[in-house]
Design a protein around this ligand. Structure first.
Ligand SMILES: CC(C)(COP(=O)(O)OP(=O)(O)OC[C@H]1O[C@@H](n2cnc3c(N)ncnc32)[C@H](O)[C@@H]1OP(=O)(O)O)[C@@H](O)C(=O)NCCC(=O)NCCS
Length: 211
């Protein structure tokens, strides 16, 4: 996709994230927000996910109870409302169980520069959930929000995140020294990866979602 800026009548601002549900066969990516608070299971799922040691270390959610979870959902709604961030709950298509989350947000909206992040619940790990969901959101952001470049930064010690980035076509660009403070309170070096809209996708072509 080029940054020609052609305007879809329903989408007047090309650099805006609009609430969308992405269907990936056995998984659904549904916009996080207060609507997702309706099923108790999702709210509880968020509290449980936040307590997972790996999420607490590499992607802290600042959620320790249902009130925190509600506030977190409210913030996701705010991101969608302003078009500045797109945060998706990754759910099992059959029973709606929470599998994980993928969020893409503008770093420099005018420049088309965005950043993406992801987590999966422990029971969903190791079967391609993060890679498939992140690939789908990546393609969606390039195709519908005119993203030009999307970055992923992960702690050097977070090998699983490194693999997810690579599996999604985010090429390694180098190491950022002491660049981010993680859940252990310490600054860690991070690997920076990025994918350009003009980059070819990764070898696995079965990545396009149905919106
Ligand atoms: C990182 C995380 C999202 C990976 O989720 P996942 O659903 O298990 O990932 P996938 O199943 O899609 O696996 C993608 C790749 O990572 C690899 N991988 C998964 N876990 C791994 C691990 N612990 N060590 C090394 N590689 C791993 C998989 O083998 C796969 O690579 P392959 O396709 O070459 O075999 C998950 O571990 C997590 O939520 N961690 C805590 C939060 C976090 O780190 N978020 C990212 C912050 S930058």
């Amino acid at each position: 996709m080029t940054s020609s800026g052609h305007l879809h009548p329903a989408h007047p601002d090309p650099r805006t994230f609009y609430r969308t549900t992405l269907e990936l066969g056995d998984m659904l990516l549904h916009p996080w927000g207060l609507e997702s608070a309706e099923p108790d299971a999702l709210l509880n799922g968020l509290v449980v996910a936040a307590a997972d040691p790996l999420i607490a270390l590499w992607n802290p959610l600042a959620i320790s109870d249902r009130n925190d979870a509600l506030a977190w959902l409210q913030a996701r709604d705010g991101g969608w409302d302003a078009g500045v961030s797109a945060s998706f709950a990754v759910r099992n298509a059959t029973d709606g169980a929470l599998l994980g989350s993928v969020t893409v947000r503008w770093v420099d909206r005018a420049d088309g520069l965005a950043m993406i992040g992801y987590w999966t619940v422990p029971t969903a790990r190791g079967r391609g959930v993060a890679a498939r969901a992140t690939r789908a959101v990546t393609i969606w952001a390039f195709q519908t929000a005119d993203a030009r470049r999307i970055e992923v930064a992960h702690a050097v010690g977070n090998k699983a995140s490194c693999r997810v980035a690579q599996r999604c076509g985010y090429l390694p660009e180098g190491t950022l020294r002491d660049s981010h403070r993680f859940g252990d309170g310490a600054y860690h070096d991070e690997h920076l990866h990025a994918r350009l809209a003009t980059d070819p996708g990764p070898a696995d072509r079965a990545e396009s979602p149905t919106a």
